[in-house]
Design a protein around this ligand. Structure first.
Ligand SMILES: N[C@@H](CCC(=O)N[C@@H](CS)C(=O)NCC(=O)O)C(=O)O
Length: 223
């Protein structure tokens, strides 16, 4: 039996949960390794050998290590192409390019405003940090404009890259989950008919439900 891959970081982290969703779609065995971020473990020399920017997740598969959640997802999808969800990263050059195009749109256009809103609206209150109302307003407006493009696209096809659920859709799960469930910004998604239909469908996948269970389970004891 293959050695489980290792994912370092808490499932609450959006970038960690992206990798977990991918592993679950691909039915790849994994070991989740706790990193106590409140104690700054992600900035310690041993962790920096795995993730030189001092962020989670870090990832190991036997003797290789990788960082950047979207790159890790592409690697998992290619390496384990023959198992689990086989269409997650497409099968031909055109399908892959279309998936990559929407993965880039997620990373370059959707993530900047949505991650600011996740931090400001979901995490800052939990961390007892003051929210920046100007930043919130600005980023809600930016995200609305991006979602107008998504609304048009999702009026033409069931998923972002075509008829199948792919990495492009999966990559949107972490930020959207917090915005829809933990903030007052759910209407940005649900008020758009096609985006709302798409969100209901992608967030109902078994893989994502398991990630949410992991997020809600108590963290393992730390030393
Ligand atoms: N682009 C990176 C982002 C990683 C990232 O921002 N991780 C956050 C948690 S979601 C983190 O480690 N924050 C702590 C820090 O930056 O010190 C990826 O996708 O892996």
């Amino acid at each position: 039996m293959a050695t489980p891959v290792k994912v370092y970081g808490p499932p609450m982290s959006t970038a960690v949960s992206r990798v977990l969703a991918c592993l679950l779609e691909k039915q790849v065995q994994f070991q989740l390794i706790s990193v106590n971020m409140s104690k700054g473990e992600h900035k310690k020399p041993d962790f920096l050998k795995l993730q030189p920017f001092g962020q989670v997740p870090a990832f190991q598969d036997e003797d290789i290590s990788l960082f950047e959640s979207r790159a890790i997802c592409r690697y998992i999808s290619e390496k384990y192409a023959k198992q689990g969800n086989k269409s997650l990263f497409g099968t031909g050059p055109l399908e892959k390019a279309s998936i990559d195009q929407w993965l880039e749109a997620e990373g370059q256009s959707f993530n900047p405003p949505s991650s600011v809103l996740v931090f400001q609206l979901a995490f800052a209150p939990r961390m007892k940090l003051k929210q920046d109302e100007g930043l919130i307003r600005q980023n809600k407006e930016k995200l609305g404009k991006i979602l107008d493009v998504y609304e048009r696209r999702l009026g033409e096809s069931r998923f972002l890259a075509g008829d199948e659920f792919t990495l492009a859709d999966l990559s949107h799960l972490p930020n959207t989950h917090y915005l829809v469930n933990d903030t007052d910004s759910g209407h940005l998604f649900n008020s758009r008919k096609n985006v709302g239909r798409w969100w209901d469908e992608i967030s109902s996948r078994e893989s994502w439900k398991k990630v949410v269970e992991l997020q809600n389970s108590p963290p393992p004891p730390t030393s």
